[in-house]
Design a protein around this ligand. Sequence first.
Ligand code: CU
Length: 81
Amino acid sequence: MSPYYVGDLEMSVNKKVAIIKVRGMHCEGCAKSIENALRLLDGVSSASVEFNKRRAIVEYNPEITDVDKLRQAITDAGYDA
Ligand SMILES: [Cu+2]
C-alpha cells in the first residue's frame, strides 16, 4: 500500500466540514474577524466566512473539536451562531 493512499484515508476519517449560519455581521471586516477567531482553534484546518451568505464554512478534525466549540468561538467574537 502506498503512503499516499494511507494519508488520503486518514484525511477522510479525521476531517469534517461544518456549515454554520452566522447572524450579526455588518461587513466583510466582521467576516474576517470571525475567520481569524475560528482559525485560532485547535483542530480547525481552514475557515472561510461568507458575509453575503451569512455563513461560515469550517474544516475541522472531529477528534479534536466539535461544532459546539466552533459556534462558541463565533459567539465569543460577538456574533450569533
Ligand atoms: Cu463589520
